[in-house]
Design a protein around this ligand. Structure first.
Ligand SMILES: O=C(O)CCC(=O)C(=O)O
Length: 364
């Protein structure tokens, strides 16, 4: 007998424990989403309610030319306002971006047993994890997303243990993106008053750990009731994100001092060949709030499945993270305490997504 999707335990076992994922549910021919995926009304995403950013992508190649100062201004402005921006001429080959999307489809298109090998507890490497939703055990409503997560330690480990469908392209994506991440961080760190001779050390501490994820959002019979990813901010320093052409990534506008913006949402539209960059909690803490770790979420769609491929750059677990003294000196008051990053991570991954609540852990 097949799984009974009306029974909560049976569904959880099928999707989460047996590793069939949301894709397994959809492939079983569902005509409406099971109640475990139905979000409370306040979390649902109305497609019509968001506007597009209308912001042009930043041309990173100009950092090395006469427009250097203008590009620096654009990066600093975006990091301090929306916390999200898009970049072009980023140094990551455009053919590689296409291969990455294809490799995500070839990984998730496999039989469930092939993917389930990488479930937590059975994966041949603790650096590779296949899963679904975010923290399914803790969530009131599950997220409509399957993922594979690959932590980088060294090339040999990646080439031995990351899934063969995507290992080479994911590694090349990471390698080429890191050059860009370092350039962007150089700009952001210099603006916080870190002396040039200390800049490399600070950057190394911000990107001590790297993780490439591939997200797969199967098409959904009831996009109006579900979310692909719920409201959250990222925990690390900078996230690089490749999204395909489907759309559905929304960022929350912070209410400004005059009460304008009212916390509305805007879409980060897919731009062919561009990469999305966003600020994570670590940079918000380090900058004492000058840079914004933006709250974001992802809509589902009934017409086509979507893939996205983020790289998360985060400090090593043993690293201590707190506001830079030079920034506190300017502000007069530290908004965050110093935290051991391992504790911050445990809190982040131990709770369901809930907007920017992750930052409360470090708030004074
Ligand atoms: O799929 C996206 O566009 C964003 C994914 C995301 O927010 C995440 O993986 O944390």
């Amino acid at each position: 007998m097949g799984p009974n999707f009306n029974d909560a335990n049976s569904l959880f076992k099928f999707v989460v424990q047996d590793g069939n994922g949301v894709k397994g549910l959809v492939d079983a021919g569902l005509s409406k989403v099971p109640h475990q995926y139905i979000q409370p009304p306040e979390e649902r995403i109305e497609k019509q309610s968001a506007s597009s950013t209308g912001l042009s992508p930043i041309d990173l190649s100009k950092l090395d030319g006469p427009d250097h100062d203008k590009v620096v201004e654009e990066i600093i402005g975006a990091a301090g306002n929306l916390g999200f921006f898009q970049v072009v001429n980023h140094g990551v080959p455009l053919e590689l971006l296409e291969s990455l999307k294809e490799s995500a489809y070839s990984f998730f298109g496999q039989e469930p047993e092939k993917k389930a090998v990488y479930r937590k507890g059975s994966s041949p490497s603790q650096n590779v994890k296949y899963g679904t939703s975010f923290v399914p055990e803790k969530e009131k409503a599950l997220e409509w997303k399957d993922y594979i997560s690959m932590v980088y330690t060294n090339d040999d480990d990646a080439l031995s243990y990351w899934p063969k469908e995507c290992r080479e392209v994911a590694l090349e994506y990471l390698r080429t993106s890191l050059n860009m991440v370092k350039k962007i961080l150089q700009v952001l760190i210099a603006n916080l008053g870190v002396a040039e001779e200390d800049s490399n050390k600070t950057i190394d501490s911000l990107i001590g750990l790297k993780m490439v994820n591939m997200n797969y959002y199967p098409k959904c019979p009831n996009p109006e009731l579900t979310v692909g990813v719920g409201r959250h901010s990222d925990l690390g320093s900078l996230t690089v994100l490749l999204q395909d052409g489907i759309g559905g990534l929304y960022v929350k506008l912070e209410e400004d001092k005059n009460g304008k913006n009212q916390g509305g949402w805007i879409e980060i539209p897919p731009i062919n060949g561009a990469l999305v960059i966003n600020i994570g909690d670590t940079l918000q803490i380090l900058s004492n709030g000058k840079y914004k770790s933006a709250e974001h979420r992802v809509r589902t769609t009934s017409t086509k499945s979507r893939v996205s491929i983020p790289i998360f750059t985060i400090p090593k677990p043993t690293e201590k993270i707190g506001p830079l003294p030079q920034v506190v000196e300017r502000n007069g008051l530290a908004r965050y305490r110093e935290v051991v990053f391992e504790d911050y991570m445990k809190n982040f991954f131990g709770n369901a997504h809930d907007g920017k609540k992750s930052l409360n852990f470090a708030e004074i």
